[in-house]
Design a protein around this ligand. Structure first.
Ligand code: ADP
Length: 460
């Protein structure tokens, strides 16, 4: 509060003031008394106008001014002043009070900033009430959905939600009533033109009023991409299935005529061996060789198409299956004098038959593709990672040329000559399929002439 001496209107001197005035200016009471009142304002001219008004109307109400502290700090105030008279009505001065509105002004400024965000955000921001209506919407709703503000406010918000999403939306909103702090959900919103947009919502309630503060993001494009991806992978799965079915039927049905050919060749060879000449005999040998090869091809192709058909999973102890594989390969191990060593292996969740086949194929390749005049050494190791095991089957064999590294897992791909190394080129394709079916990856590191390491992962 200030009491001002106003004998002369244009030099307004301070007569007295209270403690709050000292605080706001930072100047002692005795130092302020007698000084020009206008000194303490950032806009003295405006402060002077206040006093002109007081004399014209006897008072002034809530006049905005800014007071400067000696340390430079500014305080926004609302000024109220009235004339101060003696018993005879003679004007003695002016009594003035100022209310500090700095905080209020800051809030207003913040509010304007928020409003700016609200109005110009690319998201959809709104406040909804407990009756299920929007109360405030940012302009994006009108702009993107194509409705007028009135249409948006006059209908319950579920009116705009896709019929299939109404129930789930209601469920989410109900969660807030039972104390959820925020909810996050997606639903489809109908545009005026009938098309739908996918909205990803984040909402939080104001516990005092029960109102819902919600922000939505348009994720329509993302959803579209996701749907396309699902569609594509479904199509891929279907065409893979078709292909497997085809391979299965083809290989199965091919066996029959092949059996007939080879048995008649055998009959001819046996029954007519005296009457046929050496050249014809040689031709028969070629035919037998070719039919044998075809038998193997068909056998392996059938095995390939069968992987994935049995999907029975159990806990498999890899140490046990490795032991069984080695026992079954006894002949070729003895013949080649192969040395097989292994680390202690883990138990994994998988299909026992197929995991056995995986180890068997990798180990038998390690033996088969050995260097001439050398004893094959094969080591099986495992590394435990956070979510998976990385197995490796390492050999000291002929190795694989860099340029062929990617080819070895393809169906029917063989890198070496038939006469040197027999095979159908299906073994590693089967390995790849088995590992993929178990949710893992397979790859090979190799150096020509030094050996190969086939690694594969199995999830824990
Ligand atoms: P197959 O053994 O019937 O030829 P695979 O699918 O098992 O068929 O292997 C494909 C090709 O990859 C083989 O023909 C061979 O050239 C190469 N390969 C596989 N394993 C090894 C290995 N351990 N060392 C060198 N080459 C290998």
């Amino acid at each position: 509060m200030l009491i001002l001496h106003t004998e002369q209107l244009f030099s307004i001197t301070l007569k007295d003031l209270n403690e709050a005035s000292v605080k706001i200016t930072g100047i002692l009471r005795e130092d302020m008394i007698g000084t020009d009142f206008l000194n303490y304002f950032t806009e003295p001219q405006k402060a002077r106008e206040v006093y002109q008004q007081v004399f014209e109307k006897n008072f002034v109400a809530d006049y905005p001014l800014t007071i400067r502290h000696i340390n430079g700090k500014l305080t926004d105030v609302l000024y109220n002043a009235s004339l101060y008279k003696d018993n005879y009505g003679k004007v003695l001065g002016v009594i003035a009070t100022a209310r500090d509105v700095t905080q209020q002004k800051l809030l207003e400024k913040k509010l304007i900033e928020y409003k700016h965000f609200f109005n110009h955000s690319a998201d959809f921001s709104c406040i909804a009430n407990t009756q299920g209506y929007f109360e405030i919407l940012n302009p994006n709703f009108e702009k993107v959905l194509g409705y007028s503000e009135k249409e948006l406010l006059d209908n319950k918000f579920v009116y705009f939600v896709h019929p299939d999403d109404v129930e789930s939306t209601q469920k989410e909103v109900d969660k807030l009533k039972t104390g959820a702090v925020t909810i996050n959900f997606v639903n489809r919103y109908r545009k005026k033109d009938g098309n739908y947009l996918w909205f990803d919502w984040n909402a939080t309630p104001d516990t005092a009023t029960g109102k819902l503060y919600a922000i939505a993001r348009d994720i329509t494009e993302k959803k579209k991409a996701e749907t396309n991806l699902i569609q594509l992978s479904l199509e891929l799965a279907r065409s893979n299935q078709d292909l497997e079915q085809f391979a299965y039927i083809a290989s199965h049905d091919l066996q029959e005529p092949l059996r007939t050919i080879s048995s008649f060749v055998q009959l001819l060879d046996k029954n007519k061996s005296e009457t046929i000449d050496e050249e014809t005999k040689e031709y028969f040998q070629f035919i037998t060789k070719a039919t044998d090869k075809m038998k193997n091809l068909i056998r392996d192709l059938l095995a390939y198409s069968r992987v994935g058909k049995s999907i029975e999973l159990s806990t498999v102890d890899c140490n046990i299956i490795l032991k069984e594989v080695i026992a079954e390969m006894d002949t070729s191990i003895k013949e080649s004098k192969a040395q097989i060593t292994s680390a202690i292996l883990p138990k994994v969740k998988g299909n026992e038959v197929q995991l056995k086949k995986l180890f068997q194929n990798l180990i038998s390749n390690g033996i088969k593709f050995r260097k001439k005049n050398s004893i094959p050494e094969i080591n099986i190791s495992v590394e435990e990672k956070e979510t998976e095991y990385v197995f490796a089957v390492k050999d000291n064999g002929i190795g694989i040329e860099d340029k062929n590294i990617d080819k070895v897992f393809l169906l029917f791909q063989r890198l070496n000559s038939e006469t040197e190394y027999s095979g159908t080129g299906i073994g590693l394709a089967i390995c790849k399929k088995i590992v993929a079916m178990h949710g893992g990856k397979i790859w090979v590191d190799s150096k020509m002439g030094e050996g190969s390491a086939f690694s594969f992962t199995l999830p824990k």
